[in-house]
Design a protein around this ligand. Sequence first.
Ligand code: GLC
Ligand code: CA
Length: 567
Amino acid sequence: MQRRFALLFPLVVFSLVFSLHLQGQDKSTDAQGHPWWQHAVFYEIYPRSFMDSNNDGIGDLNGIASKLDYLQALGVDAIWIAPCFPSPQVDFGYDVSDYENIDKMYGTLADFDRLEKLGRQHGIKIILDFVVNHTSDQHPWFIESRSSRDNPKRDWYIWRDGKAQNLPPNNWLSTFGGSAWQWDSKTTQYYYHYFYPQQPDRNWRNPAVSTAMYGVTTWWYKRGVAGFRLDAVDTLFEDPNLKDNPLLPGKNAYGDPNMENKYNDKLPEVHDVMKGLRKAAYPYGAVLIGETWTKDVSELKDYYGTNHDELQMPMDLMLTKLKFSAQIFREHMGAVNASGEWPTWVISNHDIVRSWNRYGDGKHNDEIAKDMAAMYLTLRGTPIMYYGEEIGMQNNDPTRPEDVKDPIGRRGWPREKGRDGERTPMQWNDTPNAGFTTGIPWNPIPVTYQTYNVADELKDPNSILNWYKALLALRHKDPALLEGEYIALNQDDPNVLSYLRKTKNEAILVAINMSDNQQKVSFDLTKEGVALGKSNTLLTNQINLRNIATISSVTLEPFAVYIAKVE
Ligand code: GLC
Ligand code: CA
């Protein structure tokens, strides 16, 4: 008895000290102190378009559940599901009318619980999408708020008198076109909406709003959700004096004057909400991912919080705006690295043209898709993939305005065609409707599904899909890729992006020829403590590089990727 106690005692002290040590961090860190999300690969699912289980033409939660084997085999550790809550679907779910339920078209809460449980069995965590800026105009809170000027929920939204008769309170514009103010004849005031009029902005200055919203996140954490992607966080606050925004030259796709959103975008108060959400996430070890459109790395850094008490994963969406170029990427990586934060890499999502089209040059898009994957899946940081990117899915934009589903595409046609093109159904195989549904898909599938689909690509060793699988497998098992530092190499090379990922014990070289010409490169890594220059190829898409043993001179064919362990 005594002996056993003696043995246990140091253990108890140790774990006490250890848990005290962890207090500044999230729960569920691994032995090296890495929270789970730093080693994870995230995958965004647009639920309408992933897999339809009941053949009504719209994807659903049971459809997602039926594809967990695929996601696990691909190497995905967490899925972020775009909003699947009850919604009138004006903005395809980004207009939420009930935050604590599932929309019937996607299933039930029981389906969600089943998905969460199955996810756990597959090692796949669930991240939900939290629409923080606004609700649907059909949300009971807004219905109440709208009902009278003295309703207790009136101040949950932003109501103001007009400047004069028929004149909104100021010149602010909705990012989806037209004035940001909607007249309400019943209570003869305007309410504010940064997005569609059916998406009234919450009044985050009202503490009752923040309490209710933090409560919603807790409700889902208790249901097993591992974190949230926070929608449109930049626009949570507005200048209380409603100062007019400065106008800029020219007009946008909706015919509105261009405007600098100086008084209704990225107000400093946003950071208080990020801190509040983080506090609510803390007891659950949950992760917060931000839809953070930032102009530079310093603005991105702010979203982590000065005391690391805001978002763990503010998305680097700047990468999506860069041109495919070794030099441009290197410069950006350098700035990100210098900020010292843990990056969150994103190359596409449901709001922007697919990466295959955006980075592609029109001739070598498949090769470029592989280069992009090789880059962002081997950088230091956490990647978030977008469904279908791994099979080279392409945008399928409507060609006639009457076919457009996304309202901004109707309003902005032809300059703004909307976002239908990047939200088409996942291409599972070459049967009709790409195996997504036997009904009529809600959004048409491009003919390219006959060659770009999961089933066919699994059979082709050179497919984009197998390239992703190989990269993800490598990333998961290699400590240098998981947590090694990033060291830029050959910084003057305009064509080949090269870097080392290095831990104390190991170094991995990544070299990507981003040009359509053959490039000869050599690496001298003595400065980096890798004196011998001996190499062991881990992954390449160029056969004759599989067996090279030194990196003093390497010939890279157009768009070739070479990843090797170096000594
Ligand atoms: C975010 C979403 C986008 C949506 C908007 C309004 O930008 O990603 O799809 O339309 O917020 O909620
Ligand atoms: Ca369905």
